[in-house]
Design a protein around this ligand. Structure first.
Ligand SMILES: C[S@@+](CC[C@H](N)C(=O)[O-])C[C@H]1O[C@@H](n2cnc3c(N)ncnc32)[C@H](O)[C@@H]1O
Length: 238
């Protein structure tokens, strides 16, 4: 019997599985991701952020999930917006943000189709999300769309899968850094397409046409047997 999570067209199954996942783990309080906290609040030799520009700016949390990074964006003074792939996810997170007193405008879209006009945002945060590529598309489609909705000089904060991260284990290599996920231990993303990167240089090569002022890092974690390896970074739209 085929695995119901194995879907050559991973798009619809990812949407359903994530909606179910967030519905099952529907706590009111949420806690931000460590690299997001470190990037937005921390002091590091290679990270130069002008935090005075945050208050009053418009931030887009792309692929926001349960919205765990939104209270932090709100605390920093951003007007918070978010895009997710299903109305079910938007509905759950909208309710959560209302309970938490975080004003957030949430809409359905995707990495390659963000329902906002050109140059709408001062900041785009894509925490473990911008590397999801829809069938028939490329990571470049995601980048073009992120570039389109950021203002010139706007900041992009992102994480990107590293090619030897657990999620790429036994993935089908489709070439040009694109992989089809086949062995997701969480059974959420099988069949989905990921753009993964082997080095910081590859990231700058891919993003450098539209972005400058890169600060890049690497998080390597062993979460009790899940060997998660993600590039983290921030840059400015040219
Ligand atoms: C690993 S979760 C991260 C969620 C959230 N950013 C966080 O840090 O908790 C990945 C998220 O990306 C969303 N996603 C999947 N495919 C996407 C796409 N093509 N465009 C935008 N978001 C997508 C999923 O629904 C999911 O919520």
């Amino acid at each position: 019997m085929p695995d119901k999570n194995q879907n050559q067209n991973g798009e619809s199954s990812i949407r359903e599985h994530y909606a179910d996942f967030y519905a099952e783990r529907n706590f009111v309080k949420v806690y931000p991701v460590e690299f997001v906290v470190r990037t937005l609040l921390g002091t590091y030799p290679q990270l130069k952020l002008d935090r005075r520009t945050f208050a009053g700016g418009k931030a887009l949390d792309l692929g926001f999930g349960d919205g765990r990074n939104m209270p932090l964006l709100d605390d920093l003074g951003f007007k918070v917006h978010g895009v997710e792939i299903s109305e079910d996810i938007c509905h759950l997170t909208r309710a959560r943000m209302e309970k938490l007193g975080v004003a957030a405008e949430l809409a359905v879209g995707s990495n390659s189709q963000i329902p906002y006009p050109d140059q709408s945002f001062d900041l785009v945060l894509a925490c473990h999300s911008c590397y999801y590529v829809l069938p028939g598309q490329t990571f470049d489609d995601n980048l073009c769309e992120i570039t389109r909705i950021l203002r010139a000089g706007g900041r992009f904060i992102f994480s990107l899968a590293k090619t030897d991260s657990y999620i790429l284990s036994d993935a089908e290599n489709l070439g040009k850094g694109l992989y089809r996920i086949t062995h997701d231990p969480y059974r959420l993303r099988n069949g989905g397409l990921f753009r993964a990167f082997g080095s910081k240089e590859e990231i700058v090569d891919e993003l450098g046409e539209s972005f400058s002022d890169f600060a890049l890092g690497l998080c390597e974690n062993d979460y009790y047997g899940i060997y998660e390896k993600v590039w983290i970074g921030t840059c400015l739209k040219k």
